[in-house]
Design a binder for this molecule. Structure first.
Ligand SMILES: [Mg+2]
Length: 278
């Protein structure tokens, strides 16, 4: 295996969830021990999913930890493998990128279910968020949301104090434009969770473990194009597993390696790191 220009910084891993820890409705019996091996090697990791089910990172993490632990045959150590800090759900970037900016602004929540979505907004510090169902009830003649109209229940917005002002101007707010050329969202997300960082050391060798060449490995490919253009030492390696979307013979989109599943993925990463330490 080749060292693709990475330096002496730390390693970190991003894991996809579906197709890696979970295959359809089945949970991998190998996920728990794979994560324990990674933790023993002091390699920080995050979990990335384009879902989230409207749960807060904290509740997603505890449900996920229970499933991974429950599927393991030898889970004796109840050490938390996941927390809100290393769980990146589809909407988590809102917290970091927009939470502060929108904390005191009017925000219309358009997701469902109501209770979960308003809880997430609250956990992100959005104090004046209004759910579309509340907005629709308040403005029944403007209501384009049939479900809200039929649901006669009375919900409370995230902050009760906001309901009186709901008729005020709802100017459309453009989110602050992220400079797409200046951020590696993968690296930015993962570097936030860096418990092993001592003395300010930062991760610069990243591994992505995923089952989908078109998304997981594409992220790796783009991150590497980004860092190469910037002249950074940061490098990503794509570890493609066969337990999900990818099947033998498919195009790998330049994955660094293809392995059977999550156990082999972690073993491969640990071998790379041992090689690097030589
Ligand atoms: Mg997947």
């Amino acid at each position: 295996m080749t060292d693709n220009g990475s330096g002496s910084g730390l390693a970190a891993v991003a894991f996809d969830i579906d197709g890696v820890f979970k295959y359809g409705r089945e949970w991998s019996p190998d996920g728990y021990s794979a994560l324990q091996r990674l933790a023993a090697a002091n390699i920080p990791h995050v979990f990335v999913t384009n879902g989230g089910g409207g749960l807060t990172e904290k509740s997603y993490a505890s449900g996920f930890a229970a499933k991974v632990t429950g599927a393991a045959s030898n889970a004796s150590d109840p050490a938390p493998l996941m927390s809100d800090e290393n769980m990146i759900l589809s909407y988590s970037p809102w917290k970091r990128a927009l939470g502060a900016e929108l904390a005191n602004r009017r925000v219309l929540l358009v997701g469902d279910p109501y209770d979960k979505v308003t809880q997430v907004a609250e956990s992100y510090g959005l104090r004046r968020a209004v759910h579309y169902q509340d907005y629709a009830r308040r403005h029944s003649t403007l209501n384009p949301f049939r479900q809200a109209k039929e649901d006669g229940g009375s919900h409370t917005a995230v902050d009760n104090k906001t309901t009186g002002a709901m008729g005020s101007a709802q100017r459309s707010q453009q989110p602050p434009a992220a400079d797409a050329d200046d951020t590696d969202p993968f690296a930015a997300a993962i570097s936030e969770y860096d418990p092993s960082a001592a003395g300010g050391a930062r991760a610069e060798r990243f591994y992505m473990v995923g089952d989908n060449p078109a998304s997981d490995i594409e992220g790796v490919r783009r991150a590497n194009i980004f860092h190469k253009a910037k002249g950074n030492d940061t490098a990503w390696k794509g570890v493609l597993v066969k337990t999900g979307v990818y099947k033998d013979g498919d195009e790998t989109n330049g994955a660094t390696t293809v392995v059977a599943g999550v156990a082999e993925a972690v073993d491969w990463i640990l071998a790379c790191e041992r090689e690097h330490a030589k």
